[in-house]
Design a protein around this ligand. Structure first.
Ligand code: SF4
Ligand code: SF4
Length: 363
């Protein structure tokens, strides 16, 4: 594809209608939490935007983040953006291999110095474990530092890049670290999730294209637009939680009636992500709608903290009120310490205290 084309020209050449483009801009404005009146401004900016050079580095990861991105059907937000950016280097998707692949990265860095977007998925072995993961004989750490030097923006895609993820889970044999730890002092946008919602990744890219910068971030450097509210706050099962109606097993009457999955281990109250609103697979469904609790995948250390099927509070008939509350508070604080900032810990603990009291009242 011709790299001199603007994004608008590129879209038109691919047969995207003006109507389709404006619809995309309106959806983008909505996703970014902007008023609909911003859609024309987004359209004008995107129309003129040069296709940005993107270098995508994949380190210790499972390729799930890339899989998530490529499982979209046109014409979607992710399809429109990803088909029309200049993805100059991507370990998994590029046709080139060996020297040619490394040459593509070096060329993209030279030609677009100071202007390209660096996307990273996967964590990196630390200095001591550099030999655990190398590409073209270059350690992940060296490749990241070299590529980040001339980047206009750095986006950590997925929980591994954002917080270390699965490679970072105990006992962390490679000494895995997140991108932020490898690049101290650099501004990095985290787009966590295992994997992240593709629309969220492209929403962040669209924001950069439109406004030339990154969106407002929370205390874990996640875009507020997508991570500003908990799964629990937007969950359609929330009325059942508030009424104290919980499924106790995955096949009981409560589960069949769509009651809250809290006692089956749902981490929705501690998890900040957009699954409940944007959903997955072109808005078809999301885990809680499919009958499975949230695992907390967009939060640090979700693999190690809590246990997937263990309720954050597990009051039982033979546990005293004080003991049950202590267990709950411990679980909430432990998870909260790992997964969110102080503000979110306070919110989460307040919610869990409420449900524990409700639960104990039933016993
Ligand atoms: S605990 Fe989980 S299932 Fe229940 S309301 Fe919250 S997010 Fe939804
Ligand atoms: S529902 Fe929870 S575990 Fe599932 S994808 Fe969303 S944030 Fe991750």
């Amino acid at each position: 594809m011709d790299k001199t084309l603007t994004l608008g020209e590129s879209l038109r050449q691919s047969g995207v209608s003006r109507r389709g483009f404006l619809k995309f801009c309106t959806a983008t404005a909505s996703l970014m939490g902007l008023a609909p009146m911003m859609a024309p401004r987004i359209a004008a900016a995107l129309e003129q935007a040069r296709r940005p050079s993107v270098i995508w580095l994949s380190f210790q990861e499972c390729t799930g983040c890339t899989e998530s991105m490529t499982r979209s059907h046109a014409p979607t937000l992710e399809g429109l953006i990803l088909n029309h950016i200049s993805l100059d280097y991507h370990h998994t998707l590029q046709a080139a291999s060996g020297d040619a692949a490394e040459h593509a990265r070096e060329q993209a860095m030279q030609e677009n110095h100071g202007n390209y977007v660096l996307v990273v998925d996967g964590s990196l072995p630390d200095e001591n474990g550099a030999g655990y993961s190398t590409i073209a004989g270059i350690s992940n750490l060296d490749m990241l530092r070299e590529t980040a030097e001339g980047a206009a923006a750095i986006i950590s895609v997925g929980t591994c890049a954002a917080y270390g993820g699965l490679p970072y889970a105990q006992p962390n044999p490679t000494g895995a670290i997140p991108v932020s730890e490898a690049l101290p002092g650099r501004s990095i946008v985290n787009v966590p999730g295992c994997p992240p919602i593709p629309t969220v990744i492209t929403g962040v890219l669209a924001h950069f294209l439109t406004f030339g910068g990154m969106p407002e971030l929370d205390d874990l450097n996640r875009p507020m637009t997508f991570y500003g509210q908990s799964i629990h706050d937007r969950c359609y099962r929330r009325p059942f939680y508030d009424r104290g109606q919980f499924a106790e097993t995955f096949d009981d009457e409560g589960a069949r009636k769509g009651w809250c999955l809290y006692r089956l281990g749902c981490k929705g109250p501690m998890t900040y992500n957009a699954c409940a609103t944007i959903k997955w697979n072109q808005g078809t469904s999301w885990p809680v709608e499919s009958g499975h609790g949230c695992l907390g995948c967009s939060e640090p250390e979700f693999w190690d903290v809590g246990g997937f099927y263990k309720a954050l509070s597990a009051p039982t008939g033979d546990v005293s009120r004080a003991a049950a509350f202590g267990a709950l508070a411990g679980a909430a604080v432990a998870l909260g310490a790992g997964v969110a900032g102080k503000r979110k810990q306070a919110e989460a603990q307040e919610q869990h205290e409420r449900v524990t009291v409700d639960d104990l009242g039933e016993k």
